[in-house]
Design a protein around this ligand. Structure first.
Ligand code: SF4
Length: 442
């Protein structure tokens, strides 16, 4: 008989091995029950099967491999845990179709694999928190944090000393969160981290699982998978590593927004070296040209620091020349600020505060002209926008070129009927140096 669609998902369990493994099994079963999963005594009634293995002696290995084979044959969806899982590649070599393999005493690893393959049941009567969690952003967009910490040691920054080295979130967990958000009505996912392009470096791009299918813990694969939800996906804090080039075709194909937020910070090779930033200014210019050739629609946003310790007038002018050459769409500039604990504070020849502010103002003046010309070039074009707010004066919306809070907006004069979270087609009528002014397209 078919189960009711809202019945709790069922997990089958095979527990092998010593008492330590038995305790691991008990903990997994306890957590499953606490989260609302049901257990199944038969393979047929289970939505997936967990096999807790033993890998101590050859006989135990053979018994565990047989048990996995049987579960695969009878059910097909199998997660392996326990000592045999810790033996490099043994399980996958014999049974490549298992959903996930974790080692002994890895309750969190098993639960992540279960969540990825069989989403956690949500009971509105007992769960105080909605599946998408508590969000501080409006209902139609949400930040999706994919990692914490950073492996770089930029001399002006103390984030690594506070948050440590890069730790990537498991890809299945990130995808589950994204799906929960989309189901809750989110129309735009803003991917954030300290260094988005480094996603997965710490776990050697390990293969995780999402809905039973393998997915690498790597930016390109994650972005492609997020693109399948059919909502806007916007990438922030992308370092200009070579593999960023692989994401540009996904933008050209419309799978993710053609928008890159790349913090270049400076253009002088000497200053970039003092900052301990990778990639030279010439490399960056060549990359920008290549990105635009592959995806002419792309919006490039960046941030810079003016008045870094030791910056000469000539080096600052080099930065202005870079700006003219790069013709970036959106730019933020900070006057260098000596954060307590940052190595850059000890560098010789600090730039006086007044001069730092003056250089920042000159920088922003040059960029204002560039931004205004680039926005002016959009007049007459038809754009898709996402509405943030509405009122008597029309709607305030954003196009693919505008991230919330930091970029400009598109003001739609006849958009009174549009609601926050609506997509609309507009025609651009005018522009200033930040915003576009538009009407609804016919
Ligand atoms: S500036 Fe960014 S990349 Fe550099 S150390 Fe800080 S967090 Fe890492």
């Amino acid at each position: 008989m078919a189960r009711a669609p809202d019945a709790a998902p069922r997990v089958g369990f095979v527990s092998l091995g010593c008492p330590k493994a038995l305790v691991d099994s008990e903990q997994i079963l306890t957590r499953l029950r606490a989260e609302g999963y049901a257990t199944s005594k038969t393979y047929r009634d289970a939505d997936l099967v967990i096999v807790n293995t033993c890998g101590f002696i050859d006989d135990a290995v053979a018994e565990s491999l047989d048990a996995i084979g049987e579960a695969l044959e009878e059910n097909g969806r199998v997660i392996v845990t326990g000592c045999l899982g810790a033996k490099n590649g043994v399980v996958r070599k014999i049974h490549p179709s298992v959903l996930a393999v974790t080692g002994p005493h890895d309750l969190d690893g098993v639960m992540r694999a279960v969540h990825a393959a069989l989403p956690k049941p949500h009971d509105p009567y007992t769960d105080l928190v909605p599946p998408q969690g508590i969000r501080l952003t409006p209902k139609h967009f949400a930040y999706l944090k994919i990692s914490e910490g950073c492996n770089h040691r930029c001399t002006f920054c103390i984030i690594p000393s506070m948050r440590g080295d890069l730790v990537s979130r498991p890809v299945g967990e990130v995808m589950q969160e994204a799906e929960n958000l989309v189901k809750a009505g989110v129309k735009e996912l803003l991917v954030i981290s300290q260094d988005t392009s480094a996603y997965g470096v710490d776990v050697k791009y390990r293969t995780g699982f999402w809905n039973g299918r393998p997915l690498k813990t790597r930016m390109t694969e994650l972005v492609r998978a997020l693109g399948e939800f059919g909502v806007w996906v916007r990438l922030h804090y992308v370092y200009p590593y070579p593999h960023v080039d692989d994401v540009i075709p996904l933008m050209a194909e419309g799978r993710v927004l053609p928008y890159l937020d790349v913090p270049f910070q400076h253009a002088s090779a000497r200053i970039l070296k003092l900052m301990k930033r990778p990639a030279s200014a010439e490399d960056n210019l060549a990359r920008i040209r290549a990105w635009r050739a592959a995806c002419p629609e792309i919006t490039i946003r960046s941030t810079f620091i003016a008045g870094f310790p030791g910056e000469t007038e000539a080096e600052f002018e080099e930065l202005l020349e870079f700006l003219e050459e790069a013709q970036l769409d959106r730019v933020g500039c900070f006057a260098y600020s000596p954060v307590e604990g940052a190595k850059a504070n000890a560098l010789p020849d600090p730039v006086p505060e007044e001069l730092r502010q003056e250089r920042r103002a000159r920088f922003m003046q040059v960029q204002a002209g560039i931004s205004a010309r680039r926005l002016q070039a959009k007049v007459g074009r038809r754009l898709q926008v996402l509405v943030d707010a509405n009122g008597k004066g029309g709607a305030v919306a954003r196009s693919s070129a505008d991230a919330p809070e930091i970029d400009g907006v598109v003001r739609v004069r006849d958009g009174q009927r549009l609601k926050p979270g609506d997509f609309a087609q507009v025609v651009v009528e005018a522009a200033d140096e930040h915003d576009l002014f538009a009407r609804l397209a016919a």
